[in-house]
Design a protein around this ligand. Structure first.
Ligand code: ANZ
Ligand code: ZN
Length: 872
């Protein structure tokens, strides 16, 4: 019974009494999509570049997009209201595997598929009222864009930073393509297809990002506007490490080279460990079946496992001993990374954690030999600190500190040609070859006589041939004879085109430069425009792009600075000043407590949004928030949310639910709170519009009464907090709660007889402006309602200046005469310091004069803000 009543009243409330927010969104769509009227944001030569990560055009905006673009649009509108010219562009990261795979599935041309998706997604961006500068729109798969991706490739090539080499690469057997190391996860699976990655030896194109490794790492310290966690991730990824390569003479004809940062521990070496794909291991495996078995077993172990295989016919000698003794055993061990240093480690169980663990599990009970003596306490093994002195097991280096020993041992090795200083990076050169159709073709021609020849710039773009449809995965370009067969740009004889296309990260590594000069047909962008607007002031996007995309963008941007394409000299060639990473959006997940199965919404009775019931059993499901996935039926569709609740409520809801960098638990049922608030806003604007109020030009605290001053203060505090959140802290969730507080304060003030409505009106006008970044159509609607009253005009699109509430100027003093409060007097804080002046001033107050008439002053007592006169 009660339930029915509630449902009825809610429906009644939202259709009869209250504004239909979704309709308001439609009503104001075209106006709000243009943003703040240009005349209001053009009078300043301040400009700001706000960028949000451009999407891959899948055809559907997902809730993560909704979150990023809401954040970025709110900031965009805020800065517009500040009078700035805001660059707020949008485009499409349109090349790549998903489009190609989808096109294969549907038997379509990926270009057609992509265009269609872009059309759909742009419509959805409009629905959410994202005000992008569509004149600057770019699509990376358009020839007028990839022409310049190719041009940048040629620049890299010219500078020796693009090269081809045979390498063992990661092969994704499902997607039939090569993957960069970065695209393989910790379990050795493809980041996209999830397939177990295979190793293949292929001729591939690489970009020399390691040449920039040091600046990519060290310049992170200068990026003060970046979150620390992102900088740490990048640092760990690049991992520049200054150390030594040490050569261990061996019993076979190939010596073993290792990389170490602790050459001072050389005397404690008890074994050598090789990665399972080390060339020596591979060779030995040819004639050792047990080794082959070990390798395939080791391949399946989690990283860091301490398994080992002792190589029987191989041992090495210490390079620091005068007499060569081949007494150091060699193991194959999966804890050694094939892709770091030389894929070989000198094992020092006494001084390295991992080596210690390895030694204990492979040589249980064998003694551990320590050579570094800590300066103070007793030694407990392993002793890993780089601090102490070399003990008597260290030959002629005994007594030296670890640092001194390192220098001397390195010199000693250098003399004997058994080692030298070197730098290792975890970062590898960037493999950009993809054996796929839907990407920018690499502009190179292979000629039998000239070798590889770059396509001349006048002949760019190397056009991707159009296709009706793509039949199968794998490299379809290589079977398109018209594309492949060409003439050599250098000697004119028949030659063949390179058929690899570029990794899409190459397309997205420079797109934010192109936005600045999107119609330039001669160059990727003009030097002047880029130098004027770069770096990007604020870049907003998912934290999942913290490593790859941002690292590649920094590399290309630094490279382009280094060859004078833009002036990045003052910013170390860094493209992004402030980085804002948003957290993931998790979906409401219902599980049947009986069997642990995920439930679809159809299986649930959701009439009472906060109390779902399993239809079949009448039971209450368990609810959690998890990463959205099809199998958990916990996805959310932004489009349906917008059409149900309107764009404004949706935007406010998404910002309100969590701080931007936190995980957001998407729970649509909570949006009703926002809806209620927005309806109150509209209602208040009607109330103000139907009341006769004489608007005030400016607020003068001196003329206000106590309640008005208090109200004014509260409003100013909230306005200041909102401004600060947009400008400094980006705490956009508290912006929404401040909006709500402000609404409460104004509603109360409007009802309060002690507060003049002119003050409420003045505050509400400011409020209409400050809510514009988040709820633009509500702001427009409220503005329109107010302006229906001709006298209520104000500069709606100017961010209000926050008045400093000078504490000194508005202390209110209660004037008490013979025990009775007679009036309130406003003055400075130090007013009460001069007693004579207090008496003089208050004596002559018109409203108090009659109490003084004919009386004599006996005493004055001042206690805080109460001034008591005793008259006789
Ligand atoms: C001997 C040693 C003794 C080491 C000691 C450390 C401490 P960073 O600083 O990250 O560069 N190493 C070298 N190549 C490796 C590989 N392919 N896989 C796994 N580990 C490898 O680390 C450098 C250290 O990592 C090197 O210094 C080496 O172990 C190990 F008391 O050499 B050290
Ligand atoms: Zn040639």
């Amino acid at each position: 019974m009660r339930l029915r009543y509630l449902m009825f009243s809610r429906r009644y409330a939202s259709t009869v009494l209250e504004t239909n927010l979704s309709k308001l969104g439609t009503k104001w769509r075209s106006k709000t999509l243009r943003g703040v009227p240009v005349a209001c944001r053009d009078d300043s030569n301040q400009s700001i570049y706000i960028l949000s990560m451009f999407p891959y055009p899948s055809g559907m905006l997902h809730i993560g997009h909704l979150r990023v673009y809401t954040i970025s649009d709110a900031l965009n509108r805020f800065y517009q209201l500040q009078g700035c010219r805001v660059l707020h562009p949008m485009g499409w990261d349109a090349f790549g595997l998903p489009a190609e795979n989808a096109a294969i599935e549907r038997g379509m041309d990926p270009a057609v598929w992509t265009k269609h998706n872009i059309y759909k997604m742009k419509e959805q961006m409009n629905q959410m009222l994202a005000n992008f500068d569509w004149d600057r729109e770019i699509t990376t798969s358009n020839p007028d864009y990839y022409k310049f991706t190719q041009k940048i490739f040629l620049e890299l090539y010219k500078h020796g930073l693009a090269y081809r080499k045979k390498e063992e690469i990661n092969w994704d057997p499902v997607d039939q393509t090569v993957l960069a190391n970065e695209q393989v996860d910790a379990e050795g699976r493809s980041w996209r297809s999830g397939a177990k990655v295979e190793k293949k030896l292929l001729n591939q194109w690489f970009l020399g990002i390691t040449r920039f490794a040091e600046s990519l790492q060290y310049d992170l310290d200068a990026l003060r506007g970046w979150p620390e966690n992102v900088k740490t991730m990048q640092k760990n990824w690049i991992n520049v490490s200054h150390g030594t390569e040490v050569i261990f003479p061996s019993t076979i004809n190939e010596d073993i080279t290792v990389f170490t940062t602790r050459a001072d521990t050389l005397f404690s070496v008890q074994y050598i460990a090789l990665a399972i794909n080390h060339p020596v291991v591979r060779k030995l495996a040819e004639s050792d079946e047990r080794l082959r078995e070990f390798i395939s077993y080791a391949d399946s172990l989690p990283r860091g496992n301490k398994a080992g295989y002792l190589l029987k016919n191989l041992s090495v000698a210490s390079p620091v001993l005068d007499v060569k003794q081949f007494d150091i055993p060699v193991f194959v061990a999966p804890y050694v990374l094939g892709s770091y240093g030389y894929g070989a480690v000198m094992g020092c169980p006494a001084h390295d954690e991992r080596d210690f663990a390895f030694w204990q599990s492979n040589m249980p009970g064998s003694p551990v030999k320590y050579t570094i003596q800590p300066t103070t306490t007793e030694i407990t093994l392993p002793y890993t600190e780089d601090n102490g002195t070399l003990n008597s097991s260290s030959g002629r280096f005994v007594g030296l500190s670890t640092e001194q020993a390192r220098h001397q041992i390195i010199s000693h090795l250098e003399e004997r040609k058994l080692g030298m200083k070197t730098t290792s990076y975890r970062l590898k050169d960037w493999l950009i070859s993809r054996q796929r159709y839907w990407g920018a073709p690499i502009p190179i021609v292979h000629c039998d006589s000239c070798g590889e020849v770059p396509v001349s710039e006048d002949n760019l773009p190397v056009m991707l041939p159009t296709v009706e449809r793509i039949a199968s995965k794998g490299n379809s370009l290589s079977s398109m004879q018209d594309f492949v067969n060409t003439t050599c740009p250098s000697c004119g004889s028949p030659a063949k085109r390179e058929t690899d296309t570029m990794d899409t990260f190459m397309d997205s590594s420079w797109y934010f430069f192109r936005y600045l000069d999107p119609h330039n047909s001669k160059a990727p962008f003009s030097y002047e425009k880029a130098s004027k607007h770069m770096p990007v002031d604020m870049y907003i996007g998912g934290v999942e792009h913290s490593i790859l995309h941002l690292l590649y963008s920094r590399f290309i941007s630094k490279f382009m600075t280094s060859i004078g394409m833009w002036d990045g000299s003052k910013v170390l060639g860094e493209p992004i000043k402030k980085l804002v990473t948003q957290g993931m959006v998790h979906g409401k997940t219902y599980v049947n407590p009986q069997n642990g199965r995920f439930l679809k919404t159809e299986d649930l009775d959701l009439t009472q949004m906060d109390k779902p019931i399993i239809r079949k059993t009448g039971e209450v499901p368990s609810i959690s928030f998890e990463k959205m996935s099809k199998s958990k039926y916990n996805g959310a569709d932004p489009a349906s949310c917008i059409s149900k609740w309107g764009p404004d409520a949706t935007r406010a809801h998404i910002l309100f639910q969590a701080p931007i960098s936190d995980v957001l638990r998407w729970d649509e049922s909570k949006i009703v709170g926002i809806e209620r608030w927005l309806n109150r806003v509209i209602k208040l604007s009607h109330s103000l519009a139907t009341t006769d109020i004489t608007p005030i030009k400016s607020v003068n605290v001196e003329t206000m009464n106590d309640s008005e001053v208090k109200f004014h203060k509260e409003v100013q505090v909230l306005l200041r907090s909102i401004t600060k959140a947009f400008k400094e802290t980006l705490s956009l969730n508290t912006v929404i709660s401040d909006y709500m507080k402000l609404t409460n304060v104004m509603e109360h003030a409007f009802k309060d007889n002690k507060i003049g409505n002119e003050f409420v009106l003045s505050s509400f006008q400011k409020f209409v402006t400050v809510i514009y970044p988040v709820v633009p159509s509500i702001s427009e609607e409220a503005g329109e309602i107010l302006k229906s009253k001709e006298t209520y005009t104000w500069s709606q699109y100017r961010w209000p200046t926050i008045e400093d509430i000078k504490e000194s100027s508005n202390v209110s003093y209660q004037v008490v005469i013979n025990g009775k409060k007679r009036c309130v007097y406003y003055s400075t804080k130090d007013f009460i310091n001069d007693k004579e002046s207090v008496i003089r001033t208050l004596q002559s107050l018109p409203e108090c004069q009659k109490f003084w008439d004919g009386k004599k002053l006996k005493n004055v007592i001042i206690k805080k803000n109460i001034i008591s006169f005793v008259l006789t």
